[in-house]
Write a protein of this length. Sequence first.
Length: 365
Amino acid sequence: MATVNKNTSGWNGDNKDPWGGSSNNQRQPNFENPFDGLQKRLNRLIPGGGKGKRGFFLLFLIVLILWALSGLYRVNADEQGVVLRFGKFVTQTSPGLHYHLPWPIETVQTPKVTIVNRIDIGMRGPSSSFGNTTRSMRDVPEESLMLTGDENIVDIDFSVFWVISDASAFLFRIQFPERTIKAVAESAMREVVGNSEIQPILTGARQKTEEGVMSLMQTTLDSYGAGIQIREVKMQKVDPPSAVIDAFRDVQAARADQERARNEANAYANKVVPEAQGESEKILRESEAYQSQTVAEAEGQAKRFVSIYSEYIEAKDVTRQRMFLETMEKVFNDMNKVIIDADAVGGQGVLPYLPLNEIRKKGEN
C-alpha cells in the first residue's frame, strides 16, 4: 500500500520555496533601516557620526558651503540675467558666469532676449519661423476688418515680429507683454489705415503702411517702458471684405484699363508733340532765313539802283546804252535767236548763227 508523504511545512519539501527554489543560505533583504549605508558613510566623514558639538558644526559648515555655492548661475548667450532681492529688482547681468546671494535672499530670471517672437493679428493658425508664411490660417474678422479714410472697409491680416530689448522692463513694467503688443499693434494699424485711402493700401502703399505702423507701435511701447523692440511689421493679406471682393476686382480691372489707356495716350502725346515742335521750329527758322535773304536782296537792289542812278546823272547816254544792252542780253540769253539784217534786199538778210555757248554746254554734258 502506497504511503503519502505529507509536507507539513507548506512548501515543496527539502526546504524549497513554492517555485522550486532552495531557501538554504539565501540572503534576505534588510528592510529595517534603509539608511544604514548613509549612516556609515557619514560616520567615516564626520567624527562621531555627526553626533556631538564638533560633528554638528562640521555638518552645519558643509550645509552652509553648499547653500553659498547655490548662488552660482550662468547666463547663456541668448539670455539676459535679472537679479531680484526679496522680489525687488537689483541689477541686470550679461552672458557669462555670475554669482548672487542664495535663495531665498536673491533669485535670478533669465529671459531670452535674442529670439524673434511673432504675434499674428487678424488670423489664427500655427506660427512659423521668421520670414516664412503660415499654413492653415483662420481669419478673425473682428481683428482684421478696418475702416479706411475714404470710408471703405478693408480686410488686413498682418504679423508683428519683436524681441526683448530690456529684460527688467519687460518682466516688471507690463503684466501681459504679448497681450499688450497685440493690442498696440491692432490700434496702430487701425490709426494708419484710418488716415489712408483704400486704393494705395491695396496697391503701392504697403511698405509705407508697414513702416507707419512699426513707428507708431515703437513710440507707444517706449512710452509704456515695455523693454520691447519691434523688428518688423509684415502685412500678410490685404483685401476688400469677402462679400464685395468680386465687385471690387471689377472696379480694379476697370481702373487698370483706364490707367493703360492714359499711359498709351501719354506715350502718343510724348511722340507727337516733340515732332510737331520740331516741325514748327523748322518752319520758323526757314521763314527767318527767307526774311533775311529777301531783305538782303532788296537792300542790294536798292544800293545797285542808287549806284546806277549816280552813274546815269553823270553820263546819261552811255549809261542808258549800257543798261539797254544788259537788258537785251538777259532777254535773249535763254531764247532761240534768228538774226535778220534789216538793210538786206530780197530777203537775203537772214544770217546764219552759230550758238557756240550751247555747243560748249552739250560737249561738257
